[in-house]
Each structure stands twice: as structure tokens, then as C-alpha cells.
Ligand binder design. Structure first.
Ligand SMILES: Cc1cc2nc3c(=O)[nH]c(=O)nc-3n(C[C@H](O)[C@H](O)[C@H](O)COP(=O)(O)OP(=O)(O)OC[C@H]3O[C@@H](n4cnc5c(N)ncnc54)[C@H](O)[C@@H]3O)c2cc1C
Length: 395
């Protein structure tokens, strides 16, 4: 009988001793990728009928949290691979699901997510990659092919991924495609190095007359950014929120450990009031982030109409908590917190990234204010509409 998959915390404990190796290599070693694949983590967003081991969003969130305690870079693989699997499961033609999902679930194939371009960062609708039908005269529907041209930037794990979910414009409508690394016209180039997420093996994807069969279209024209990418981004934001939570927890543990053992002025650092202020702020933000993450994951599991709202609050709060906790940890470790490549230095750099990826803090603030404004308008018409999900009615 096959072994049951490890729990999130078991996987976290298995990976923890590898944290420094992953960071120093500026890559996730193949053996670590195999460990993650064997754990079933890559199958979590694939339905059982395609060989997956589906987890609830709460369980997947916990997995992301546990992995991020070791390496935020490695956790970002769960983010993007999960986004690709979930998008294919929902939007790809049945033939493509049957062909690819079992191999993505086993980790034989790794998936990367290609939305960002030079012209399109926060403004995803501004993508300029083009998708054009490219069928020789007389070709039947079964032979239909699309031609993709453009450059996608900053794909996490793009250096090692076998397939890429990309978004392009067909006229003024956006559309998703699954591109294989060995498709004609595909070139993968490592991206410029980033200070945080050093080991996320970022790559740029050049599509130069890349020809893709029509059955690898994901969603239909018009659905690309608005439906397929935005659904994937909700999952991505939840993963980043839980990843930030894991990072913040690691920082809190490190600062509690350090300040309770380090002695200055004849006593422990933790007994100094100003130190307690920094520690308690970090703990408070981290615990608040945990509640918001759990609330968001529950909303995703229930697919309720507060989903977007709760995912935004979770990602905003948790990425800020990670930043607060990482900078407090760095401050309280003194010189030891500034050691190049040490864990505290890594957390500070990785926490910065958490506030940029899957929607920057400012973009999410904009979206949250907009979403809240819409709910306010409803509340003005219907005084019983709650101020927050589950809250008592507001008169
Ligand atoms: C480590 C890493 C991994 C990544 N992985 C992927 C990946 O796998 N796939 C992928 O497609 N992309 C990926 N990206 C790209 C990432 O999604 C973009 O960096 C992000 O969307 C922001 O886009 P930008 O960098 O072009 O910043 P811009 O869009 O130029 O924004 C710059 C800043 O302007 C401000 N700003 C932007 N919009 C608003 C607004 N509406 N209101 C107020 N302020 C605003 C914010 O402060 C923002 O940080 C990755 C990036 C990094 C660093």
C-alpha cells in the first residue's frame, strides 16, 4: 500500500534543513523538487479523476505556509504550478486535461504562469502578445493552429518548467494558451536576478511565431485575462498570503529565540520594553494575518460571494505582516541579522517580494477600496446587508 502523503507540517519539517542549500544554489535542487513531487503537493490542485490528490484551499494554504517557512522561493512553485493546474482543470478542453493533468500532478511536468510583459505589470489588460489563427488552406478543425508572438517576463520557475500558461490578445479580446517548452518558436531565457526569491528560477519566455494547436487554448477568446487569469490570481493571492504567513511565523520564532537567549546590559533582550514592543507588533500582525488567511481560504472553499474581498484582505495583511516581522527580526538580531545570505537577511528580501507579486500592495488597496465601495452602495439600499461577512446587521 502506498504511504499517505505527508501533512503540511511534516513536509515543512522535511524541507527545513535544506533552506540554506536552496538559497545558496540560487535554484531549487532537483532532489528537492522530487521530494515536493513525491509529497503530493504538486497534485493538490488537480481533480482525482486526472490523477490528482485534491486538497481544500485551507489545506493547500497550510501547505504553502509550511513550505514558505523553509523557502519562499520554493513556495512560489506551489503558487504557479497550482495556478496552472487549477486553470487547466477548469478551462482546458477535455482532451488536454486528460493528456496533461496526470503528468502535472505527478510532477513529471512543471507548470509556470506567464501574464507579465514589459507593457503589462499591474495592468494585466495591457498585454501585447498576439494570438492569430494560423491555418493552412483546407485544414480541418482538428488541425487548427494558433500563432503566438510576444515576450513574457519574470515567470517563476520558468527556467525549469515544461509548460507555460500564457495570455495573449486576439484582436481586442484576451485568450489563454498552454505553451509547451518544446513547441516551435519558444525560447526560455533566465530573467535578471532579483534580490528576493533568489531561487525561484525566474525566466523570460520569448514566443516568436510559436504555433500551438487549438486544443491547448485555455478558455475562449474574451475569457483570458478577465476569467482564466483572474481566477488563477485569486488562488495565487491566497498562496502568497499563506506564504507570507509562514515567513512571518518564522521571523517571530527567530526573534523570540534570539531575544530570549541574547544578554545585554545584564539581562535578556526580551525583557527590554522597546524590544517587547517590536516583538508584540510582529506577533499581533502575524496572528491577524492568520485569521484573514483562514477566512479567505474558507470563502474559496465555499466559493461564496465574499471570496474576492477576503482574498484581497488576506494578501494585503499577510504580506504586510511578513514585512513587519522580517524587519523586526532583522533589527533585533543586530549585526547577525545583516549577515549576507543568512536566514534573517533572506526573510527581509523575500518579504519585499510578497508585496509586489500577485498584485502589489497599492494595486490591492485600490481593488479593495473599489470592492468595498460597491458593497457600501448595496448597504445603503439594503440596511440589513452586513458590514462584513457574518457580522450582525448594521442599521
Ligand atoms: C520574484 C518575482 C516573481 C514573479 N513571478 C511571476 C510569474 O510567475 N508570472 C508573471 O506573470 N509575473 C511574475 N512576476 C511579475 C509580477 O507579477 C509583477 O512584478 C507585478 O505584477 C507588478 O508589475 P510591475 O513589476 O510591472 O510593476 P508596475 O505595474 O510597474 O507597478 C510598480 C508599482 O506601482 C504602483 N502601482 C501599480 N499599480 C497601481 C495602482 N493601480 N494604484 C496604485 N499604485 C499602483 C505599485 O507600488 C507597484 O509596486 C514576478 C515578479 C517577481 C519580482
Amino acid at each position: 500500500m502506498s504511504q499517505p502523503p505527508p501533512t503540511a507540517d511534516e513536509l515543512g519539517r522535511l524541507l527545513l534543513p535544506l533552506a540554506d542549500e536552496i538559497e545558496a544554489a540560487r535554484a531549487v535542487p532537483e532532489g528537492v523538487l522530487e521530494t515536493v513531487a513525491r509529497s503530493g503537493a504538486l497534485a493538490a490542485m488537480v481533480p482525482a479523476q486526472y490523477g490528482g490528490r485534491p486538497l481544500s484551499y485551507q489545506e493547500y494554504g497550510e501547505l504553502n505556509r509550511a513550505v514558505a517557512r523553509t523557502s519562499a522561493s520554493l513556495q512560489s512553485l506551489l503558487t504557479v504550478h497550482g495556478m496552472v493546474c487549477a486553470s487547466l482543470s477548469r478551462w482546458a478542453p477535455e482532451r488536454t486535461r486528460q493528456r496533461l493533468l496526470p503528468r502535472l500532478a505527478s510532477g513529471e511536468l512543471l507548470g509556470a504562469f506567464g501574464l507579465t510583459e514589459d507593457s503589462a505589470g499591474s495592468d494585466a489588460q495591457a498585454i501585447e502578445t498576439t494570438a492569430t489563427p494560423d491555418n493552412p488552406a483546407g485544414a480541418g478543425a482538428a488541425d487548427a493552429v494558433w500563432r503566438l508572438d510576444g515576450v513574457k517576463r519574470w515567470l517563476s520557475f520558468g527556467q525549469v518548467a515544461h509548460c507555460f500558461l500564457v495570455f495573449a490578445k486576439h484582436g481586442d479580446r484576451s485568450v489563454g494558451f498552454l505553451v509547451r517548452r518544446d513547441d516551435p518558436g519558444v525560447t526560455v531565457v533566465p530573467s535578471r536576478r532579483t534580490s528576493g526569491f533568489r531561487s525561484a528560477m525566474l525566466a523570460d519566455l520569448h514566443l516568436d511565431g510559436c504555433r500551438v494547436p487549438a486544443d491547448r487554448m485555455v478558455g475562449r477568446p474574451g475569457f483570458g485575462v478577465a476569467q482564466v487569469a483572474s481566477g488563477a490570481l485569486s488562488l495565487g493571492r491566497l498562496c502568497v498570503a499563506y506564504g507570507s504567513l509562514g515567513l512571518a511565523e518564522a521571523c517571530c520564532d527567530a526573534m523570540l529565540g534570539h531575544t530570549s537567549s541574547r544578554k545585554q546590559f545584564g539581562g535578556r533582550l526580551i525583557d527590554l520594553q522597546l524590544v517587547r514592543g517590536l516583538v508584540s507588533d510582529a506577533v499581533l500582525d502575524t496572528e491577524a494575518a492568520r485569521l484573514l488567511c483562514e477566512q479567505a481560504a474558507r470563502a474559496m472553499d465555499a466559493q461564496d460571494d465574499w471570496l474576492i474581498h477576503h482574498v484581497l484582505t488576506a494578501k494585503l495583511a499577510a504580506s504586510r505582516a511578513a514585512d513587519t516581522a522580517a524587519s523586526a527580526a532583522a533589527q533585533l538580531h543586530g549585526a547577525a541579522g545583516l549577515v549576507d545570505g543568512g536566514p534573517v537577511d533572506r526573510w527581509v528580501r523575500d518579504a519585499r517580494v510578497m508585496q509586489v507579486i500577485e498584485g502589489s500592495t497599492q494595486l490591492l488597496q485600490h481593488l479593495l477600496a473599489e470592492e468595498s465601495l460597491q458593497r457600501f452602495r448595496v448597504r445603503r439600499r439594503h440596511p440589513r446587508y452586513p458590514f462584513a461577512q457574518g457580522a450582525d446587521r448594521v442599521e
